[in-house]
Ligand binder design. Structure first.
Ligand code: NZQ
Ligand code: ZN
Length: 385
């Protein structure tokens, strides 16, 4: 187990009607709030009206239309509003895209130039407007982490930025706000949180405690995602998924580990080039990556995964057990309605080499659980055809 620091000072307000505590929580930050949201789901659900009523004593400015896989052009638009209006706080209401875009806006508000410089690291993040969140989709964990993933439509890049200043100060996690999430997004969110856990679970560093937590969280998604899909207003299922999404990426399951991921960087290339749904791309890639990296060196870990997460019966043939766990993973993603091939996303092999090279470079994949080079990544993509 490696040394670590675990410091995640987000104030989490979990449960029904927790929005009502926002005015009290936000008042110390100032009067001017930039309310950010996506394509309109919060208006259809009634959450928008509810929040405006609750925040009647604040001065509200708005940035709407934040797109899935949020773009740097939208970040720059938001940063301009913050500079012009002297915004005190940003309230992001939505899923990972709205939250990530808002994090980049929060930093961009203190930068004179294209916010892309902050994403690439060309310019350091020196300050950020405080951010509060009302989460409406359980998936990315952005509600309780320091990261944001931003796309640049001009360069077809999708990159991760991170800084402690981007951590939400307050996050409202009311499972009822996810009742309206469509089935495909619910399933993609489930796959995303499972992937966050798996990326850390399969790590060169052994760490019993975070791995035991990981196995429990994975079992929670496996149990509750099908319930939420069948019965979208099942509070308990939505609640378990929502809390799992936060715990999967707030640093808890990576404590004492290397934090060197594999599948995410490959998926980010797919969504940068083809604008696909992040979690769905991960669901397709993950079982293929598992099959690709299964070897004498990794079989013990895959064996433990199969037994502890999927309940595969222990047996002498370690590879048979490990493969049964991988098969169960793929079968599960399929059963919740996610595509398992690139053809289903209308993606051909014409850009595999280009995407593979970028994923290896951006993700430092040569240092991953099983080191991957360009040829390996292209092969994993080929396995998805
Ligand atoms: O835009 P609206 O109208 O709100 O609709 C959204 C959007 O179309 C809809 N939706 C959200 N909540 C809803 C709802 N529809 C009905 N009812 C609700 N309650 O769902 C669609 C997808 O939303 P989006 O925010 O894009 O989904 P998600 O939360 O999966 O976020 C994905 C983005 O986060 C990044 C991904 O790469 C992707 O860009 N990630 C961020 C991470 C982080 N910050 O730590 C880590 C992740 O690994 C990930 O990379
Ligand atoms: Zn993810």
């Amino acid at each position: 187990m490696k040394n670590f620091e675990f410091y995640v000072p987000s104030d989490i307000l979990f449960g029904r009607d927790q929005e009502k505590n926002l005015p009290e929580k936000l008042k110390s930050y100032g009067k001017k709030i930039l309310l950010t949201y996506g394509g309109g789901s919060i208006k259809r659900s009634g959450l928008y009206d509810k929040l405006l009523t609750l925040l009647k004593d604040f001065e509200i400015f708005e940035l709407s239309g934040i797109e899935p896989n949020p773009r740097v052009s939208t970040v720059n638009k938001g940063a301009d509003i913050c500079k012009k209006e002297g915004i005190d706080m940003i309230l992001a209401v939505g899923g990972g895209s709205t939250i990530d875009c808002s994090k980049a806006i929060a930093a961009g508000a203190y930068y004179d130039g294209d916010a892309w410089d902050l994403v690439t690291g060309k310019a350091p993040i020196e300050n950020a407007i405080p951010l509060a969140v009302v989460l409406t989709l359980a998936a990315t964990g952005s509600e309780m982490d320091c990261a944001a993933v931003i796309s640049n439509e001009a360069t077809e890049e999708k990159l991760l930025m991170g800084h402690p200043l981007l951590l939400p100060r307050v996050s409202v996690l009311n499972p009822e706000n996810t009742f309206s999430v469509p089935a495909y997004q619910t399933a993609s969110g489930a796959a995303d949180m499972m992937s966050h856990i798996l990326e850390s679970y399969f790590d060169q560093e052994e760490a019993f405690v975070p791995d035991a937590i990981s196995e429990g969280l994975l079992r929670a998604v496996i149990k509750y995602a099908p319930i939420a899909l069948k019965d979208p207003e099942n509070y308990e299922a939505r609640a378990q998924l929502m809390w799992t999404s936060s715990l999967a990426l707030n640093g808890l399951v990576t404590t004492g580990k290397n934090f060197m991921w594999s599948c995410h960087y490959i998926e980010h290339e797919l969504s940068a080039h083809y604008d696909i749904t992040h979690g769905a791309g991960l669901a397709m890639l993950t079982p293929k990556w598992m099959r690709y990296v299964l070897s004498d060196a990794t079989v013990d870990k895959f064996y433990t995964y199969a037994v502890n997460v999927w309940g595969v019966t222990p047996a002498e043939d370690k590879f048979a057990v490990a493969n049964a766990g991988i098969d169960a993973t793929e079968k599960f993603f399929k059963s919740i309605g996610l595509p398992m091939t690139l053809a289903e996303f209308n993606i051909d092999d014409s850009r595999f080499e280009e995407m593979a090279a970028k994923a290896v470079e951006v993700g430092y994949l040569k240092g991953a659980y099983v080191p991957l080079d360009e040829k390996d990544v292209a092969e994993i993509l080929r396995m998805c055809m």
